[in-house]
Write a protein that binds this ligand. Sequence first.
Ligand SMILES: Cc1cc2nc3c(=O)[nH]c(=O)nc-3n(C[C@H](O)[C@H](O)[C@H](O)COP(=O)(O)O)c2cc1C
Length: 210
Amino acid sequence: MDVFEAMSTCRAMRYLEPDPVDDELIEQIITAATWAPSPGNSQGRDFVVVKDADKKRRIGDAIEAVMARPVAAMERPDRTHRLMLDGTAHLIETLKSCPVLILVCGKAVYPYAAPRESFVWSSIYPAAQNLIVAARALGLGTVFTTFQGTAEPTIRETLSIPDDVHIGCVIPVGWPGKKFGPLKRVGYDSVVHVDEWRGDLRTYPPTYDE
Ligand SMILES: Cc1cc2nc3c(=O)[nH]c(=O)nc-3n(C[C@H](O)[C@H](O)[C@H](O)COP(=O)(O)O)c2cc1C
């Protein structure tokens, strides 16, 4: 698949089928993640692949226990919010049955003489995005999540992740249960400043014609 097509249809896929995903595909998307740049090419990131049903259940249950109620209670003022939050609620409920969870983790290793935490995220996020786009190109669904913050002690204990390793995101991977498709994003003219800053070009949160 053309990379522009993959990127422009790479919706957050919160509905994933429980069917297994071949190890070769997981290896392929993580290999794509390793191609991402990082500060000084330090590559301070690691990938924890969770396939074990009991471990996924422990992680999923811990996240669900904290997140299910607040997400259910969040306001859904319009269709966009309703679809997103209903999807998030569904994902929380089904996290344990997603075929694979990939945690993109990183340690403060750069600059080598005086490592800084900010560079951890600079290593993790390009890699995570590479992984997500590669998965899309293979027809696999994924979604960036930062749910781990709600259940970090359980996740660390379940996966033996050391304290000095940051968990950047948890990416569920599986065959999509809904369609990929066009993204809602503000356009080129709303984000580009040519030769000089043009003041506020837009408001937040972004609005769209429904
Ligand atoms: C750093 C980061 C963290 C995110 N965390 C969550 C999350 O915890 N749960 C979730 O359902 N989606 C999460 N998302 C997904 C975003 O909500 C999603 O990418 C955004 O709403 C755009 O959706 P779309 O790609 O389907 O258009 C996260 C995305 C990013 C980049």
